[in-house]
Design a protein around this ligand. Structure first.
Ligand SMILES: Cc1cc2nc3c(=O)[nH]c(=O)nc-3n(C[C@H](O)[C@H](O)[C@H](O)COP(=O)(O)OP(=O)(O)OC[C@H]3O[C@@H](n4cnc5c(N)ncnc54)[C@H](O)[C@@H]3O)c2cc1C
Length: 421
């Protein structure tokens, strides 16, 4: 560190988390290099549903989740798939996942998630403005729709957690839903709009614009793969890359699902697992919702984007290396037709694109934010699971504060990477 507190910092990973973190570090006057073997925003940040939902405080493992699993697994259209050959590898993560779903734990997790999610759009706004990317971020709310009172009641705990964490919403009856979105299936009997939520109309382009602004303002992006770290008495001296070393004083591991092996290099065994998800996009769709619309039972989101209608969802537990099963993406089209009956059953291939990505998930639905075990100079910022877009800004700002030796604007204790010991 120089006398004025300026550090040379490597940020490993150019997804939404890495690029946002790098932007905040640069604003604090550090000398920042992003390392990524690919282009910015081509990992999981590429194809997500784009939602900046401050309301996403509900952990994935909830009391009772395990009871739903058999129904989900036996339904070919269901939202969850486990590849059985992967089960022995997955088992320890699953055990932790189930244990994370007790009432007192989910209450604490929801509170911690809210601290990263609240005012996420406001926190990102200065970076978005400087990047001239305001056109890519909208704040018009998020609609949740229900087919039956039973499914609404099944989510009562989720809505209680939202209410307890200061989230407000408006409820719509069957008739009011019609007026809100006349294209929606008449089978929906209830809708809920959370107005504080927003979305990006193109997550890939958003990350690209933020990365471009970062470079314009003096940051560097190098196409290199980080493979390890060089330490001297617990102090970081360099990041080891596949093609040589980069001398730095601090580093941030923001490589999404690929962070696990980098953390292992520093003696941290973090139970990071991929919750594989899919999207299917329709260009020039016959209908599109005005705001992102989520079906509570089918567990997918239909988001209006600049390149068409994006249908995103599905959790597939099959590890990093198994090839995608594109049928999972096609199922999203069937679900969407039940949401918007005027969509076609089939589209010519040139109007459809599909994608699979890896949600970097920890069993308690909270990311890992904080110092590595072997060196306080290496800060982790990964494991954001289903909510990486929404949490990136506050994560990035907190990490920049940690590296600058300042108090963090969110309490990072619940996100300690050491909580899995
Ligand atoms: C179907 C789906 C829908 C989703 N919808 C939403 C949503 O609506 N809202 C929301 O908030 N979240 C959503 N998510 C989750 C969100 O996409 C992720 O949490 C987020 O993109 C993770 O960002 P990241 O920067 O941590 O990782 P990534 O975007 O995966 O970036 C990691 C980067 O690290 C790079 N990298 C890997 N290894 C190395 C290495 N050794 N050295 C250097 N660089 C390396 C990769 O090339 C990549 O660019 C969704 C996810 C899926 C799959």
């Amino acid at each position: 560190m120089s006398r004025n507190g300026r550090k040379t910092v490597a940020v490993i990973g150019a997804g939404i988390v890495g690029v946002t973190t790098a932007g905040f570090l640069l604003r604090k006057g550090h000398d920042v290099t992003i390392l990524d073997p690919g282009n910015p925003g081509e990992g999981t940040s590429f194809g997500n549903a784009g939602c900046f939902n401050g309301s996403s405080v509900v952990p994935i493992s909830m009391p009772g989740t395990i009871r739903n699993v058999p129904t989900w697994l036996t339904d070919p259209m269901g939202p969850l798939v486990i590849r059985w050959g992967y089960l022995p590898t997955l088992a320890p993560w699953l055990v932790r996942f189930i244990r994370a779903g007790t009432m007192d734990k989910v209450q604490r997790q929801a509170q911690a998630l809210r601290s990263l999610l609240a005012e996420g759009i406001e926190t990102l706004a200065p970076l978005v403005r400087d990047a001239g990317a305001q056109d890519l971020v909208q704040r018009q709310g998020h609609l949740f729709v229900y087919r039956s009172l039973a499914s609404w009641e099944r989510e009562s705990l989720a809505w209680r957690l939202r209410r307890d964490n200061g989230i407000a919403w408006d409820e719509f009856s069957q008739d009011e839903l019609r007026q809100l979105d006349p294209n929606l299936s008449r089978d929906y009997i209830k809708g809920v709009v959370v107005r504080e939520n927003g979305h990006t109309t193109n997550p890939h382009r958003l990350v690209g614009r933020l990365a471009h602004a970062f470079q314009r303002d003096g940051g560097r992006i190098e196409r290199r793969r980080a493979v390890g770290f060089e330490l001297a008495d617990g102090l970081l001296t360099a990041v080891r890359c596949a093609d040589g070393v980069l001398p730095v004083r601090a580093a941030v591991v923001a490589a999404g699902i690929w962070s696990k092996s980098l953390a292992a290099e520093l003696g941290d065994r973090i139970p990071l697992e991929t919750e594989r998800g899919y999207h299917l996009m329709i260009t020039d769709p016959e209908v599109s919702p005005r705001i992102p619309t989520a079906d509570a039972d089918a567990k997918f989101v239909a988001t209006p984007m600049e390149l068409g209608l994006r249908l995103a969802g599905t959790v597939e537990l099959a590890g990093l290396d198994a090839p995608p099963r594109w049928r999972r993406a096609r199922i999203l089209l069937d679900h969407a037709r039940r949401m918007f009956p005027t969509l076609r059953a089939n589209y010519p291939e040139e109007r459809i694109t599909t994608w699979m990505g890896h949600r970097p998930s920890l069993p308690d639905s909270l990311p890992a934010i904080g110092a590595s075990r072997r060196s306080r100079d290496v800060i982790y910022a990964f494991g954001h699971g289903h909510v990486g877009m929404a949490c990136a800004a506050r994560t990035g700002r907190a990490v920049a504060e940690l590296i600058s030796g300042e108090p963090t604007h969110v309490d990072v204790a619940p996100f300690s990477p050491q909580r899995f010991r």
